[in-house]
Design a protein around this ligand. Structure first.
Ligand code: SAM
Length: 374
């Protein structure tokens, strides 16, 4: 029986393919490892099954409470008004999971006259199983699916991405006494297992490291996400040319601190990054500073990042919770309170998760974000 997680890919097939590839071609970068483990068409973690929810590997904000997707839907409604209420407008979600966030956002969209009827829905998703799940959740919304952002249509856009960018492959650079090296994934034939290795130092690796960290002490690690940068530039250019706004929510940092954040999560617990590849989710914290620079390089104006708790409170989560409690049983009211605290408290998701907005530069400051510094 293939070793697999509650969901996700086939760990035995993924390990065999990696072992063959590394034995044939030599060690691969951490980004190549993540790409193969998460997105390989046959055994990739995100190509099979449904990893979300209590029975899966992790729980996301829209699965905790309908309030999350509703408030992001209202954020889009506000942006749409600032855009001059164009019709049609493309509502795009990157990595929509079960479609829960989109369903909640579309329900909330009805609160703004004319908005829901102007929307057509686009989902960027690589998982066939999750696409099927999204089709079920969003029956009636008639979504169009895309494998990446390159096929998104022309015309004004509203883009939502929750816990999407953390799934994109990162390269890891490590400072040694002799200079900056790249971390690789190799194969140890004696132990029959994958193992980390380092390249020789090179100035091309040092050039990838932000100037503030270039002289960091040996042991420092910097992660760079080429896919996030490419998507950021593409989205930034689309927002500037086509008009619109994007909101990205994820765990991450404003500037790198010199520590690795790559982690594996299986059944709600930390797992080893190289053990049973394909049976655990692999994620890295999002470098919001780098993502904002990529969006700006494409031509968009950026706002934040702000803590998730700050954003949700500014968008009215307390008021929404109070409305939901009015018709709730005591048990349901307790669930609403618990979800509110989990999404906003600093020691839960409120501080670790952050939100970044990007807009067509003519749009002004989006709801829930502070004015830009000059
Ligand atoms: C952590 S889940 C988040 C799901 C959803 N946004 C939520 O908050 O519940 C990541 C989502 O991104 C999708 N995904 C992962 N890598 C992707 C890629 N390279 N391109 C498109 N979708 C991807 C996954 O299949 C999944 O739908």
């Amino acid at each position: 029986m293939p070793a697999s997680g509650a969901s996700g890919g086939d760990a035995t097939a993924a390990f065999a393919a990696l072992r063959a590839r590394i034995t044939r071609d030599g060690p691969i970068t951490v980004a190549q490892y993540m790409a193969e483990v998460l997105a390989h068409p046959e055994h990739g973690y995100y190509r099979r099954g449904d990893p979300l929810g209590a029975g899966g590997d992790f729980v996301t904000a829209p699965e905790i409470s309908q309030m999350f997707g509703e408030l992001l839907g209202l954020w889009c409604a506000d942006a749409w008004q600032r855009m001059g209420a164009p019709s049609p407008v493309h509502l795009v979600e990157l990595g929509p999971g079960r479609g829960t966030l989109m369903a909640d956002a579309l329900r909330a969209a009805r609160m703004m006259p004319g908005f829901r009827d102007s929307l057509d829905v686009h989902l960027v998703e690589i998982s066939a199983d999750l696409r099927a799940r999204q089709a079920e959740t969003l029956r009636g919304a008639d979504p169009a699916w895309h494998t990446d952002t390159s096929t998104l249509p022309d015309g004004p856009l509203l883009v939502i991405a929750n816990e999407f960018f953390d799934a994109l492959p990162v390269r890891q650079f490590e400072r040694t006494p002799d200079g900056w090296c790249e971390r690789l994934v190799g194969y140890d034939p004696r132990a029959d297992r994958l193992a980390f290795a380092l390249t020789r130092p090179a100035s091309s690796f040092a050039a990838q490291v932000p100037a503030a960290l270039r002289d960091a002490a040996p042991g420092a690690v910097v992660e760079v996400c080429p896919a996030a940068q490419a998507i950021g530039r593409d989205l930034g250019a689309r927002l500037a040319e086509q008009g619109g706004a994007a909101i990205v929510v994820d765990y991450g940092y404003a500037a790198p601190a010199g520590r690795a954040s790559l982690q594996a999560v299986r059944r709600h617990a930390r797992a080893e990054v190289l053990a049973q590849p394909g049976s655990a989710d692999l994620t890295a914290h999002v470098d919001f500073g780098a993502l904002a620079r990529a969006l700006a390089a494409g031509g968009a104006a950026t706002f934040g990042p702000v803590p998730q708790g700050t954003l949700l409170n500014a968008l009215g989560i307390a008021e929404r919770a109070a409305i939901l409690r009015r018709n709730a049983t005591p048990e349901q009211a307790a669930d609403i309170d618990a979800a509110y605290r989990r999404l906003t408290d600093a020691d839960a998701m409120g501080e670790l998760f952050r939100a970044l907005a990007a807009t067509d530069p003519t749009l002004g400051t989006p709801a829930g974000f502070p004015e830009r510094m000059a």
